[in-house]
Design a protein around this ligand. Structure first.
Ligand code: GAR
Length: 187
């Protein structure tokens, strides 16, 4: 199973996938790692791991649709079986969803459909939930929407900060993402 992973930031969950592949735990080929901006640590750590990387820098494009087309062309050029959004903080266009229908997987640090968006951990804490978690789902053209594949609950502790809670969620998220990718690889 060939995957392309998309990131916008540090890519710590991606690193867990890279390690699982390297350790033989995950029977997947990471065809490439791409970002929507320049200089992400996610791309840097992928290059350090010897992976193919690319940047389709949103700011380099005059219009949103030009960027959409460039991203689709670049990702499609690797002929991936699945595309994984791992902290990729940009919504993709319907053309992208159509091209990878049922094959575009996203992770989110909350129990969707609650608390979608860029601040899922902060929003859950602000609401005062006592249990939150992470979701791996097939993404559609909405913000963290689409059929849910798997979820893991994570308790919110009284002493939690957004950072401490997000770190604990990411531990669960990494495990869940690797499990889901393994299940997809095994059909
Ligand atoms: C992850 O927690 C991921 O679920 C979240 O960004 C983090 C990326 O961390 N994505 C979203 O919030 C999508 N709405 P990482 O770059 O260290 O892997």
């Amino acid at each position: 199973m060939r995957i392309v992973v998309l990131v916008s930031g540090t890519g710590s969950n991606l690193q867990a996938v890279i390690d699982a592949v390297a350790n033989g735990v995950l029977p997947v080929e990471i065809a490439a790692v791409g970002a929507d901006r320049l200089g992400t640590y996610g791309v840097e750590r992928s290059a350090n791991a010897g992976l193919e990387t690319f940047e389709v820098n949103f700011k380099d494009f005059g219009t949103r649709s030009d960027w959409d087309a460039a991203l689709l062309e670049k990702v499609a050029s690797y002929s991936p079986d699945y595309v994984v959004s791992s902290g990729f903080m940009r919504i993709v266009a319907p053309d992208f969803i159509n091209a990878f229908e049922g094959r575009y997987v996203n992770t989110h640090p909350a129990l969707l459909p609650s608390f979608p968006g860029a601040h899922g951990v902060r929003d859950a804490m602000a609401y005062g939930v006592k249990v939150t978690g992470c979701t791996v789902h097939f993404a559609d053209a909405g913000v963290d929407t689409g059929p849910i594949i798997a979820q893991t609950p994570v308790d919110v502790l009284p002493e939690d900060t957004e950072e401490s809670l997000h770190e604990r969620i990411k531990l669960a998220e990494r495990e869940l993402l690797i499990k889901v990718l393994g299940d997809l690889a095994h059909g």
